[in-house]
Write a protein that binds this ligand. Structure first.
Ligand SMILES: Cc1ncc(COP(=O)(O)O)c(C=O)c1O
Length: 454
């Protein structure tokens, strides 16, 4: 963040957001942020909308889930039905970030993971998701966009199918959009895309201020389209330090500084500033994607560099259009995910993709090599998130490093190729304990899901 924001952070590092009586202005800035985001995401009325700052998207997702669970319970009780037999369930793609699965496990909601496939672009397929929805579904988490490939899940298509389902069954299943990253990209880069409160079925949205909100770590947001979607039962009226406050977050105390920094960004950058950053990020991500494809060593799985409607086709064979107009390209996060081409794997079967991660790390780049979710877990992807600081010059450097490293590995007699003889990938031994002091095997068993608890 700019120097002025650093100064604000330093000046406010002692302030606690909860001490509204002592620091009333922090609360006013907090309310303004809520109102700006509600407006940005097209809440029917920014006065009717309600929301709060959180530590990040994780807490925001828990709150969105809790509100949906409580509303489902209220409806069941009103209908004289049990809330325990059968219990509630929540539907999400198996590409979901761990925060979503945490909600299900911590708040005792059955987690229904919809398998993802290459055809569904490594994200939830709404039609398939409908096979998991029933009268006990508290809601569907739709991700904008997927952490691993940056693809946006189709919120509108999901909403249309749930509208149809409601017509047929009478069951109203709401949508919570996990806009951890996309909440600060889509409204600026692709404002015509339908994903937010313009869709009546979207009841709540979360985002991380510390991702593309461009603030320092420690701030996220959850907004409900209208107060009716946040059950009163979850709101506490506090008589504290001489004033009445309303609290509906998981934490009581919370540093005010990151929220002030977020407000600084909102007014300092404004719509045009955020749009400029988002467009630059996406343009640089397109340059990186094309360069990787051009090398012929890599296949790019993300689609933001492909003209609309040509998903999955190599950008080299698709028609080149106005580079500057983002509307010409598939919408998504400025994330580039890629893997070795099939030809490369066939020609160099002993070269492991994870070596690229390790060798890039030695040059200062952090490019994780992930396994895709179950059903696709034999596919590994490398992933680059393009942020503001990742300029075109740096992209060029990164491409040069990736190509150099790859070509070095291709030479059988290169020192890099000797990696396969090193036991680089053995888990580190910690005398039977991991870094937080847990005995081995004392954590819950892997769920077999993408976010493996450990
Ligand atoms: C899609 C998605 N949801 C939730 C989260 C959790 O966000 P936070 O780190 O702000 O809690 C992430 C973080 O990467 C994410 O990508």
């Amino acid at each position: 963040m700019p120097e002025a924001a650093d100064k604000l952070m330093r000046e406010n590092m002692s302030k606690n957001l909860i001490d509204q009586d002592e620091y009333p202005m922090t609360q006013i800035l907090h309310e303004r942020c809520v109102s700006i985001l509600a407006d940005l995401w097209h809440a029917p009325s920014s006065h009717g909308a309600i929301g709060t700052a959180t530590t990040g998207s994780s807490e925001a997702i828990q709150l969105g889930g809790l509100a949906m669970k409580r509303i489902w319970q209220e409806k069941r009780k009103a209908a004289g039905k049990s809330i325990h037999e059968p219990g509630p369930n929540v539907v999400m793609g198996s590409n979901a970030q761990v925060a979503l699965e945490k909600f299900a496990r911590y708040f005792e909601v059955e987690c229904r993971l919809v398998p993802v496939t290459a055809e569904s672009k490594y994200r939830m397929d709404p039609k398939r998701a409908m096979e998991y929805v029933d009268e006990n579904t508290i809601g569907v988490y739709v991700i904008l966009g997927s952490t691993y490939t940056g693809h946006y899940e189709p919120v509108k298509e999901m909403a249309d199918l749930l509208d149809e389902y409601e017509k047929q069954t009478g069951h109203n299943v709401p949508i919570h959009v996990d806009g951890a990253s996309g909440g600060f990209i889509a409204p600026f880069a692709t404002p015509k895309l339908e994903w937010d409160f313009k869709i009546p079925r979207v009841v709540s949205i979360n985002t991380s201020g510390h991702k593309f909100g461009l603030s320092y770590v420690g701030v996220g947001w959850v907004i409900w389209r209208d107060k009716v979607h946040l059950p009163k039962d979850l709101i506490f009226e506090l008589h504290y330090l001489g004033s009445i406050e309303y609290s509906f977050s998981l934490n009581f105390s919370r540093p005010a500084a990151p929220i002030i920094a977020q407000y600084f960004n909102l007014v300092h950058l404004g719509f045009d500033g955020y749009r400029r950053v988002a467009l630059d990020d996406l343009k640089n991500a397109r340059i990186l994607s094309r360069a990787l494809e051009k090398s012929e060593y890599y296949t790019v799985l993300s689609d933001i560099h492909r003209p609309v409607g040509t998903t999955g086709i190599s950008s080299a064979v698709s028609k080149v259009i106005d580079e500057e107009d983002v509307e010409n390209y598939e919408p998504g996060l400025p994330v580039v995910s890629f893997r070795f081409t099939d030809e490369f794997k066939e020609k160099y079967p002993d070269i492991q993709q994870k070596w690229i991660q390790i060798l890039l790390r030695s040059r200062g780049w952090i490019v994780p090599n992930y396994e895709l979710p179950p059903e696709l877990d034999t596919v590994e992807i490398l992933r680059v998130v393009v942020r503001e600081s990742m300029s075109a010059v740096l992209i060029e450097r990164l491409v040069a490093d990736i190509v150099e490293i790859t070509e070095d590995l291709m030479k059988q007699d290169s020192p890099a190729h000797a990696l396969n003889t090193l036991s680089l990938h053995k888990p580190q031994q910690h005398h039977g304990k991991d870094h937080i002091g847990l005995e081995k095997g004392s954590a819950s068993k892997p769920s077999g899901t993408y976010a493996k608890p450990c």
